[in-house]
Design a protein around this ligand. Structure first.
Ligand code: PMP
Length: 254
């Protein structure tokens, strides 16, 4: 079962959802949807929801339905090699806390928080926002995990800081390990972002994107750094099937 489907099932588990389909069946349904739509490149979003039935706050009597949507998606967050990266702000909205909503579950409810932060960023004239948690430490972007490079060490906050257990994040950590890039999973403060040698965001849609300005403070020389470039290139090679070592990460559609 792919990591994405496992996360979907685990997210449902937190919300007491009983799925009618196994992970393998959901995976097959996704493949069929792609084939039926004859797309060669798309973003895929399976979404489980307590469907029709009793009105009210208690969803338990209602059947769990599953929809699969896919669509063409342009580059998510601007930035290409050598160019200036994404400009971001630290959001004034605090990342939702796991005592209020389970952050581990990739629930649509969590995205109200992300949307507010993203709107704030756009209204401030930049593209993206980074959210801090209730302890003032970096949690994540609105739909991406955050990484920094300081003194040749790659760092990303732990999931307990309010970060989603990102699949791209795990992939990056594995690539780093296999390439001798030292890494640490540790709390990161706001000011550590400002003074980092490199900052980048990771996500299925965003892939790996350098951040070169935060709160109007330029990160390093304002250009994508070497570690980011190295990881971005490695990741792109893998997702485009150019590196067989990571072949198990890919699902081929025949
Ligand atoms: N955090 C949030 C809030 C997200 O929505 C996403 C995108 N799914 C991520 C992080 C990155 O996760 P992934 O690499 O699994 O796409």
């Amino acid at each position: 079962m792919s990591d994405h489907i496992r996360r979907l099932l685990n997210s449902g588990k937190v919300y007491h959802m009983n799925f009618e389909y196994s992970g393998e069946e959901i995976e097959l349904a996704i493949i069929e949807t792609i084939k039926a739509n004859e797309v060669t490149e798309c973003y895929i979003r399976p979404i489980a929801y307590y469907g029709y039935g009793k009105m009210g706050v208690n969803p338990l009597p209602n059947k769990v339905s599953l929809g699969i949507a896919l669509w063409h998606w342009d580059e998510y967050l601007s930035q290409s090699p050598g160019e200036q990266g994404v400009k971001a702000i630290i959001s004034s909205w605090v990342k939702i806390d796991t005592r209020s909503l389970p952050v581990l579950a990739k629930s649509t409810a969590n995205y109200a928080n992300s949307a507010l932060a993203r709107i704030e960023a756009i209204k401030s004239g930049v593209e993206e926002a980074i959210l801090l948690n209730h302890n003032g430490m970096v949690a994540e972007g609105t739909a991406e995990n955050v990484f920094i490079v300081s003194n040749n060490t790659l760092m990303t906050p732990p999931v307990t800081a309010g970060a989603l257990d990102g699949i791209t994040r795990s992939a990056i950590l594995e690539i780093a390990k296999n390439n001798g890039i030292e890494f640490r999973i540790c709390d990161i403060s706001r000011e550590q972002l400002y003074v980092a040698d490199e900052v980048f965001l990771s996500g299925t849609a965003a892939e790996i994107k350098a951040v070169t300005e935060i709160d109007r403070i330029r990160i390093s020389d304002g250009r994508m750094g070497n570690v980011t470039l190295k990881l971005q290139t490695a990741y792109r090679d893998i997702v485009h099937g150019r590196n067989k070592i990571y072949g198990r990460w890919l699902t081929y559609i025949k």
